[in-house]
Write a protein that binds this ligand. Structure first.
Ligand SMILES: Nc1ncnc2c1ncn2[C@@H]1O[C@H](COP(=O)(O)OP(=O)(O)OP(=O)(O)O)[C@@H](O)[C@H]1O
Ligand SMILES: [Mg+2]
Length: 328
């Protein structure tokens, strides 16, 4: 069975072809829009939508070509319809539905955060139950995944997402957009002392990143060099994520952990998670690097699993800007 996966939820136009019977991703083409949003220091929804509309045909054709697949060979179209930037989501959703109609094949609408959550397992059965940490540009959540489609949010950020905090700190330090990779690179190159930043005292498994962000700004305004500020921010943010995850493992009592989303590409986070795995005997599943940021492969994979579980969606299904993962 050949599944087409489409994602236009934010600032990446992505289309992938997934062969479900072998669990192989045949192609995963991503066209990023960074340079279009860079002047604004963040993603502008209307700019994103226009760029998706300009790019989607070419990205679709490139994905089919790379996979060596003809449109008529496709068996299912899966497309992100929630959550995300509404004008951006609508481009992929309309394209996906049109394709499904034209080819006479079923359509499946996919929850973007569920797709991130399951991305460490692309190509095989997800091993439920597990604790999922999704760290991305718009989300920071700890989820108990009991079975496919049954997720309980046990922790979430009360303000900024960690990726958003990365991007804002990078903007402050004039490191460009997106900020995560730039700060990560600076961290790796830095050999000096790390400055202490206070970790927010938020109860339970919830997070807050606004305090870390403000403390980071203060350091910079007090004259600390950008590289030291960036490295100190990363050390604190990653420590904080790992601390909460450790707490979740203890409280929930599940020793299988999956970590995904754009920030899961972070080299320090991956390093610390591997240490946690060794120390606590955790079964750790990290999203493969190529599937950490937005990609069509995770959408095709998740759409396929949900299609098997509950069948296709009608072409009347709409897009939703907001949609917590535990509310459908
Ligand atoms: N190496 C890295 N270290 C830290 N953060 C990173 C790294 N690489 C990417 N990021 C961050 O990941 C984020 C993008 O991730 P992703 O594409 O999953 O998010 P999104 O799709 O914008 O948001 P969401 O999935 O919540 O809708 C950006 O904030 C970016 O700075
Ligand atoms: Mg995303």
């Amino acid at each position: 069975m050949l599944v087409l996966g489409i994602d236009t939820s934010c600032d990446d136009t992505s289309v992938a072809v997934y062969r479900a019977d072998t669990g192989r991703v045949l192609s995963n083409v991503v066209s990023s829009q960074y340079e279009f949003h860079a002047p604004f220091g963040g993603v502008v929804p209307e700019v994103a939508a226009r760029r998706h509309a300009e790019q989607i045909d070419a990205v679709f054709n490139a994905a089919l070509k790379e996979a060596g697949v003809e449109p008529k060979e496709l068996n299912l179209v899966a497309t992100t319809n929630r959550p995300g930037l509404l004008p951006a989501l609508l481009v992929g959703l309309t394209f996906g539905k049109g394709l499904s109609f034209r080819l006479g094949i079923p359509f499946k609408a996919v929850h973007h955060i569920e797709a991130h959550l399951l991305s460490p397992f692309i190509g095989r059965e997800p091993p439920f139950p597990f604790i999922g940490l999704v760290v991305s540009g718009g989300h920071t959540v700890i989820v108990v995944a009991e079975k496919l489609g049954k997720y309980k949010v046990v922790g979430k950020t009360l303000d900024d997402a960690v990726g958003e905090a990365y991007d804002k700190v990078a903007k402050l330090l004039s490191l460009g957009y997106p900020g995560g990779p730039a700060i990560d690179r600076l961290y790796r190159s830095y050999r000096g002392e790390l400055l202490k930043l206070p970790k927010p005292k938020v109860k339970g498994l919830d997070f807050s990143f606004s305090g870390i962000k403000t403390a980071t700004r203060r350091l910079f305004e007090q004259g600390a060099p950008a590289v030291q500020v960036a490295a100190s921010f990363q050390e604190t943010a990653v420590d904080y994520l790992v601390e909460k995850l450790k707490k979740a493992v203890k409280e929930v009592g599940v020793k299988r952990v999956a970590v995904a989303g754009g920030v899961s590409a972070n080299s320090l986070l991956r390093e610390r998670l591997l240490t946690l795995k060794e120390e606590k005997g955790i079964e750790l599943h990290l999203a493969p690097l190529e599937f950490t940021s937005d990609n069509g492969a995770m959408v095709a994979y998740t759409g396929y699993l949900r299609f098997l579980l509950e069948g296709a969606d009608p072409l009347t299904v709409g897009a939703q800007a907001r949609s917590p993962i535990d509310e459908g």
